[in-house]
Design a protein around this ligand. Structure first.
Ligand SMILES: [Zn+2]
Length: 164
């Protein structure tokens, strides 16, 4: 293992060859060269090497792959599922729109696949229609999240307009 960068003595400023000595000296933690260590050792306390190592390891250890249980997405054929379930229940797009508290146009766009429901809308649709629309997202794709945020904002506007 090579040192990633050359260390310099924090007392005399000369490069430290090999391992520096990390010490607690006059209230601060410093890394010093051997000669400075010999000079100040009576007044300083060596900081345990273990502490330093574990701290560095925490920073450099790559994160283990997360189980993305919070990441959710809408199933690809959501529009078919919504349309089929709505028709089976025998309710109109308008009725579904009222239940979901959105404009009828939103339902039309859902069912034509032009507009993807937001996660919260999909959750409501799941309850209303007794279907499954939300599925856990396996790989982390944050860009999709952004798209959904934009849709949410657009839908809020639509809801407001539809109520007027
Ligand atoms: Zn020194």
């Amino acid at each position: 293992m090579q040192a990633n960068s050359e260390e310099y003595c924090e007392l005399c400023g000369s490069p430290i060859h090999g391992k520096g000595i990390t010490m607690s000296y006059e209230g601060s933690i410093i890394t010093v060269c051997n000669s400075c260590y010999n000079r100040i050792r009576k007044h300083a306390v060596i900081v345990k090497e273990d502490n330093k190592k574990s701290e560095t390891q925490k920073k450099t250890t790559p994160k283990p792959p997360k189980m993305a249980d919070t990441e959710l997405e809408i199933v690809a054929d959501y529009y078919k599922i919504i349309k089929n379930a709505r028709e089976q229940l025998g309710i109109s797009q308008q009725q579904l729109a009222q239940k979901l508290k959105v404009s009828e146009n939103i339902i039309k766009r859902f069912e034509s696949g032009k507009l993807k429901p937001t996660i919260s809308q999909a959750r409501q649709l799941e309850k209303i229609l007794g279907i499954k629309l939300v599925t856990p997202l396996e790989n982390e794709e944050s860009e999709k999240e952004f798209d959904e945020t934009e849709l949410t904002l657009g839908d809020v506007v639509n809801i407001k307009e539809g109520k007027k």
